[in-house]
Design a protein around this ligand. Sequence first.
Ligand code: GLC
Length: 719
Amino acid sequence: MKKLENLLKKMSLDQKIGQLLQLNSSLLNREKTNIVTGPQQKLGLTPEMLQCCGSVLNFDCAESMIALQKAHLEQDPLGIPMLFMMDVIHGCRTIFPIPLAMGCTFDTELVKKCVTMSAKEAAASGVHVAFSPMLDLVRDARWGRVMESTGEDPYLNARMGEAFVKGFQSDILDRPEYIPACVKHFAAYGAAEAGRDYNTVDMSEHVLREYYLPAYKAAIDAGALLVMPSFNTIGGTPSVANKHLLRDILRDEWGFDGVVISDYAAIREMRVHGYVETDKEGALKAMEAGCDIEMMSGAYPKHLKELVEEGKVSMEQIDRAVMRVLRLKDKLGLFENPYRYASAITEKVLSTSFESRSLVRKAAAEAAVLLKNDGVLPFSKDVKSVAIVGPFAEEKGIKGFWSCYGKDEDCVSVAEGVRAKLPDADIVTAKGCSHELLDRDTSGVDEAAKAAAGADIAILCIGEYQNHSGEGNSRADISLPYPQRKLAEAVLAANPNTAVLLFTGRPLAIPELGEAAPAILNMWQPGTEGGNAAADLLFGDAAPGGRLAMSFPYMTGQCPVYYNHMNTGRPLKKDFRTAAYCSRYQDCPNDPLYPFGFGLTYTTFEYGEIKLSADSMKPDGKITASVTVTNTGDRDGAEVVQLYLRDNVASLVRPVKELKGYQKIFLRKGESREVSFEITDETLRFWRADGTYGSEPGEFSLALAPSSAAPLTNTFRLD
Ligand code: GLC
């Protein structure tokens, strides 16, 4: 630390402020630095500011990182290396399924392995920090960034957040794959009103703490070294200036002393929100809230100096922020080796290596959710003819949004995967229609239906293209586009041995498929090995391992729909068509089409009677809940046994059920196993009416079940 304190003493105020600025690599391209061109000018940046810049985002590869770092060090009198950061969200060059799909694996060890694989690739490309994990709890499938989250449940998101952080920040610091994780977007970005990106968020402190904060906290407790505030306001305050979030909760309550970095131009956007009149005010508010680095806007470089000279920002505040950045650089050993593990050769060797491809192929099978199967799946490998139809039949753009350096051309399409699986079969493909959202062209439907009719089996590949979810890509209607609905109708009528392969970055409203398709296998956006994983699943070399981490609505109008909702004073107790004066729709059930935790596989499981070790417990006691699960099918398979609880009466209304634990078990056909969960006082705690966190005595209901749709069957008391 002495070394850093001595360095700080040597730094001018300009040099200190430079450490608090992050710019796109394109703005730092050295031959341009001396001529302040459009983009730099637009941000009001001078050549001196560019020369002091402390960190970079969005650069191409190891070579460009090395060149940028070298050019920077040659002109930086203090030789302070820059930090290089990238959105390594679900892979770096070899892409694994989108995080929403990874949440469906309910397998944190697998998630960790995939993240560590991506960290190794990222380190070779010169990445020092990953803007990941994104742990925004999501309930509204209209929001495009649900693909980037791990779903609607606080408990599952917390486990996944821990897995992402431990995947990036492996225990051994001086390993290439040690890449500091940046938890985002703090906080509650997933609650954007109407599912429209960047939109207003408003919620009670109770809901914020009960549902939206736990996953961020779990990731920070797991050691995440950076946090990124969200674009949205909460109660009228933009997160980047929200002292309650960034100081009271993050720093004071949670003890976080890492780096807080704004989201892209979020400090400047405070003017657009109408929260400040000038960038100078924005710089003051963000600094006061504790935002250390400004990403891609110029408020800090332009105004912090005068704010210090005017005494509105103290040198202590500046020094504290700068020290956090220097400490991070020092932790990564950048002062000794500013290039760390950047290597064009390693980058090439690791990128889509056989080992990486094998891992992401397995992950895609584990993340896939079998939503329906009337028995057509798995197909026999002895089929003579196969029709692969639909806009995703030969589509290679199935790696998903936010896929870093990943390339579509590296992805395996469904047609490629099936051809590799069945080299002797007669395989025809027909696109049938586009995957464009607003397209109305159905001229290719007949040809596709004919292809399906003429084959032993048909694989109907439909859904949502990768660039129709992700940032800035909300949808007001999440049903299948008209041409795809017509295509599905025609193909399903043409061949009863048809399986639907769904590609999507979000839950879609697909009641018509739920009705008419013999089988629906949701692949999400499966990544580089999507087509091979699909073939493995379709022909039984792998079994679908996923359980939904986010509910599938019947229709858009149900959004937001989620399982851990309140009961209301007038719950719907019978058929929505005949019910009256209760919380219902006249034209749609309340329940989703496919609920949280749901997913089929190629075998069946039977749950025995749930046993409780006692029917009451003291706060210092515990109760063990057990159930015997039997694989009653004719194939081995994995099951996710889920523990749901309800606090039946409390000082604040509690959800009808909450996931409080899960165990993914693998059972051979015919095998039985007892699965147990320990319930302690901690399991029963919540943010109570008086604002404290704790349990309350009373009766609790419980289920050990295959999904959130199961009824609560047992009760116990906390005395
Ligand atoms: C984006 C995203 C954020 C990302 C950042 C840098 O706008 O909101 O998740 O990390 O900019 O790309």
